[in-house]
Design a binder for this molecule. Sequence first.
Ligand SMILES: O=C(O)c1ccccc1N[C@@H]1O[C@H](COP(=O)(O)O)[C@@H](O)[C@H]1O
Length: 212
Amino acid sequence: MRVKICGLTEPEGLRAAAGAGAAYVGFVFFARSPRNVAPAEAARLAALAPAGLCKVALTVDADDAALEAILEAAPIDMLQLHGAETPERVAQLRERFGLPVMKAVGVADEGDLPAIAEHARAADQLLIDARPPRGAALPGGNGLSFDWRLLQGRRWAVPWMLAGGLTPENVAEAVRLTGARQVDVSSGVERAPGIKDPARIAAFVRAAAAAA
Ligand SMILES: O=C(O)c1ccccc1N[C@@H]1O[C@H](COP(=O)(O)O)[C@@H](O)[C@H]1O
């Protein structure tokens, strides 16, 4: 089981994720998010990460200049694209920046599933998240989940990660129903928007590992 703790904004959260055994940490570069960090702040946090911890930059329909500014400032290992990026844009960014790309795909019902397979042709990994309702404040990080049974028995050509409304309390059930081998959490391990709770991070990683 590989766990991603996303939306880190301060050293305590970063250290808690690393100490609990997370495989990935995510930094959000999206101005409207309470988890938004500037590239220089992400660089300061990334410097605290032990070797081998994958540092992910989460962006939403970012242009090349914004991505360049992030990658020049911070030692990022992977891009997470959480907007309406097409498979063609994913392929272009992989080529241009030479980093693995994880494409987020929103799921609310069966009609959303074909898009997962389409993105599997271009991305290195998929992040299967809840599709936010129209008018949601953010494209992700809303603490919303979806019917995990939709993923039962399905396989894709690249590794995938389950996200959306996961918590220490429900991650075991989510893993049992979907067969996920990677899980991602943000708001479910916070004590306030943008502020992680070290005890909840540890409980989440423990529960996910025990469910594998
Ligand atoms: O966390 C955010 O603020 C965010 C902003 C914009 C796009 C995605 C965002 N977060 C990602 O959303 C999923 C699910 O989050 P949650 O666990 O339901 O809070 C996760 O991949 C976050 O990385």
